[in-house]
Design a protein around this ligand. Structure first.
Ligand code: NAD
Ligand code: UGA
Length: 458
């Protein structure tokens, strides 16, 4: 079959995989190939067990794989063979040298830019889908124009706003798609090509076009605003606990103001995930770089409150359990950074588990999707850790439950049955405010929620 467009995604991760799958599904007359340097990841995309867990994704992959969707490790050949290239490689926080702990580590991204230059034999549209610092497109353009080749490269910014766990519905029906380009003749023509892809399934009004720097910056700002809302409500949860208010009631009362809105006001143990912290720190770094220390410290406080929230959670466990956890068994209910994903990157459960181990508690971890990742995250930890799939088995013989992930199934557990199998007095620390706290208190638990008065018997 002759395909109308040949599209390549470089980086078959949480973003590159699902976003390219969606294009293949919506545009059967386009050929979509996804490449990665990691052969295991590619093998998994070609198997029945995909490397990322996303509700609804398996069915779409089954429908499109081998038809107009392909996964490959041959990065170089695919660069040659495709015209539109989405760069979806990872851009983690730098761990070394200047900007360590703050700036984005652009080594994977730069390697990709050089690979594109070395292997291209025809004009390419190169699209930044990864989240990148402002002005990265300029650096990309510089690299791409550094060779002797007479090939034109148009660089666009098309940041991705999907969230994990809801990737399929977010990609299918996003609030908006953002496309930034140079406002030159060829930049606008490249932009039009990308707009054409998205209008296959989205109304034109949902596609925002802008200058390229605005697009790059908007992605960092969107994540910073979302994380800021979480930190704002978490900071208020601390006040609620002191003053006998209920943070859910406060969030509801505040969020019904249409100017404020109700989303992203759930108090909990703090935000995790691979992006919020990384992107805010990157924003902070950029503000410092551009000589704006006040703006930098404003945004940095969002991350500080997130850490404070986790410290408060563990301090509360320690204090409520008579100031010693040594030898006590704690069941960590959920390890993923949010429900409906197996991803554990920056999950608050990692730091909380480490702190529990530092107190010499024994930790039993359960999660429906994330146990394999949890074992990798904690591989270097000394101490007593067990991984148990069945939550009832995991809780048996424990002194406390600590809810870390808002899995729907944890709302519906038979807490009476769990209580019976635990050491008394039994404690329940609900880091996500998902259990029926009054019912659990009546069953016999001492219940500690976030931002609500504790329900205890002593
Ligand atoms: P990821 O680590 O899951 O995937 C990145 C992939 O790129 C890896 O499989 C890696 O092997 C591959 N890779 C690295 N260098 C390569 C190269 N030179 N050639 C081919 N493959 C290469 O990361 P992710 O979560 O998909 O995030 C990717 C980018 O998207 C980041 O910038 C992130 O900030 C952004 N983003 C992520 C999400 C999310 O929900 N995870 C949402 C929006 C934006
Ligand atoms: C987030 C953004 O929502 C996406 O738009 C963005 O594309 C993505 O980051 C990215 O750039 O990687 P994600 O991290 O997958 O998506 O998940 P979210 O739903 O945003 O949750 C992030 C964290 O905040 C989770 O730990 C979640 O439990 C927590 N959270 C979220 C709360 O504690 N309270 C809330 O009210 C909402």
């Amino acid at each position: 079959m002759k395909f109308k467009k040949k599209i390549l995604g470089i980086g078959a991760g949480y973003v590159g995989g699902p976003s390219m799958v969606m294009i293949a599904s919506k545009c059967p007359d386009y050929r979509v190939t996804v490449v990665d340097v990691n052969p295991e990841r590619i093998a998994a995309w070609n198997s029945d067990r995909l490397p990322v867990y996303e509700p609804g994704l398996d069915a779409i992959v089954k429908k499109t794989r081998g038809r107009n969707l392909f996964f490959s490790t041959d990065v170089e050949a695919q660069i040659q063979d495709n015209d539109i290239i989405f760069v979806c490689v990872n851009t983690p926080t730098k761990t070394f040298g200047a900007g360590a702990g703050m700036a984005a580590d652009l080594q994977y991204w730069e390697k990709t830019a050089r690979q594109i230059l070395e292997n291209a034999k025809s004009p390419k549209i190169v699209i930044e889908k990864s989240t990148l610092p402002i002005k990265t497109a300029q650096a990309m353009e510089r690299i791409l124009s550094s060779g002797n080749k007479k090939i034109t490269f148009d660089v666009l910014s098309n940041p991705e706003f999907m969230a994990e766990g809801t990737a399929v519905s977010d990609l299918e029906n996003p609030d908006r798609v953002l496309i930034g380009s140079r406002e030159t003749k060829s930049g606008l023509a490249a932009r039009a090509q990308l707009v054409e892809i998205y209008t296959r399934w989205l109304p034109r009004e949902k596609i925002i076009t802008s200058n390229i720097w605005s697009a790059e910056l908007s992605k960092l700002v969107a994540n910073a605003f979302l994380a800021q809302r979480v930190s704002s409500i978490n900071s208020i949860s601390a006040l609620c606990e002191k003053a006998d208010a209920d943070v859910s009631e406060v969030a509801h009362a505040v969020g019904t103001d249409s100017r404020i809105g109700s989303k992203f006001l759930k108090a909990g143990i703090g935000f995790g995930g691979s992006c919020f912290k990384k992107d805010i720190l990157n924003l902070v770094y950029l503000c410092r770089f551009y000589g704006l220390p006040e703006v930098a410290s404003y945004w940095e406080s969002v991350v500080r409150i997130n850490e404070y929230q986790q410290d408060r959670f563990i301090a509360n466990i320690l204090q409520s359990m008579f100031n010693t956890l040594a030898g006590k068994k704690i069941c960590v209910l959920g390890f993923a950074f949010k429900a409906d994903t197996g991803d554990t990157r920056e999950s608050p459960a990692i730091s909380i588990t480490r702190k529990l181990l530092a107190e010499r508690a024994e930790v039993v971890i359960t999660d429906p999707q994330a146990l394999a990742n949890a074992a990798v995250d904690l591989a270097q930890e000394k101490g007593n850790i067990r991984y148990v799939e069945d939550p009832y088995e995991a809780a048996r013989g424990c002194h406390a439950l600590a809810v870390m992930t808002d899995w729907e199934e944890y709302r519906k557990l038979d807490y009476r049955k769990i209580y019976k199998s635990m050491v008394k007095p039994a404690f329940l620390f609900d880091g996500r405010n998902i259990v029926d706290r009054r019912k659990c208190f009546e069953i016999g638990f001492n219940v500690f929620s976030i931002g609500k008065p504790a329900l205890t018997r002593y």
